[in-house]
Design a protein around this ligand. Structure first.
Ligand SMILES: [Zn+2]
Ligand SMILES: [Zn+2]
Length: 200
């Protein structure tokens, strides 16, 4: 639940009027102070979200459990993905916290980016070759003026280009062609991104 203040300026002061329900979820990324926060819920019968980090060319899963709630910090500058939630990899210049709380009716999730004044300032998206682990096609977006939404919009545009051009989906290292991909918000899906979302 959002407190009485709808606009909370970044950079200081206690945020006592704000608590956020993990139950309600949000398709968008409301900004709170120095944070961009997403939350969502998945029922037990669908594939859970899977957090992966890229270490060199190795894709490392953060273990999940159907009974145990976890908090995992992704340190700044680490490339990560949340498979089934968005189809690209991302990296920020500030830490990200991932919460996965299983319950009897599925999983509740929160992804929270920020916590430093004027961060995130730069956020990147890119793709990791499923064949050899090479990161490619990375684009960095300055979000200092327009905020985190500028990143989400740029990534959506990047996905369109990626999906319509086999050349940009081709791994520069091994020539493997990356599958079609999808963005954060299923409401923005085209037939192509919907199929890609369901295929993973
Ligand atoms: Zn490759
Ligand atoms: Zn290959």
């Amino acid at each position: 639940m959002v407190g009485p203040q709808s606009q909370i300026t970044p950079g200081g002061g206690p945020l006592l009027s704000y608590t956020r329900s993990m139950i309600e979820g949000s398709a968008s990324w409301p900004l709170l102070g120095d944070y961009a926060i997403w939350s969502g819920h998945l029922k037990q019968d669908v594939s859970p979200y899977l957090l992966h980090e890229l270490v060199g060319q190795r894709v490392l899963p953060v273990p999940i459990s159907s009974t145990r709630a976890i908090l995992h910090p992704v340190t700044r500058s680490t490339w990560f993905e949340v498979r089934h939630l968005f189809g690209y990899w991302m990296r920020a210049d500030v830490d990200t916290v991932w919460l996965d709380a299983p319950g009897t009716d599925g999983h509740y999730y929160t992804l929270c980016i920020g916590g430093s004044e004027a961060r995130p300032g730069e956020v990147s998206y890119g793709w990791v070759c499923p064949h050899c682990g090479t990161l490619f096609g990375a684009v960095t977006i300055d979000v200092t003026v327009k905020g985190f939404q500028a990143f989400l919009d740029a990534a959506e545009a990047g996905i369109s280009r990626f999906n319509t051009d086999a050349g940009s989906r081709t791994c520069p290292q091994c020539q493997h062609v990356h599958p079609l991909t999808y963005g954060f918000d299923p409401q923005n899906d085209t037939d192509v991104t919907r199929r890609a979302r369901q295929a993973v």
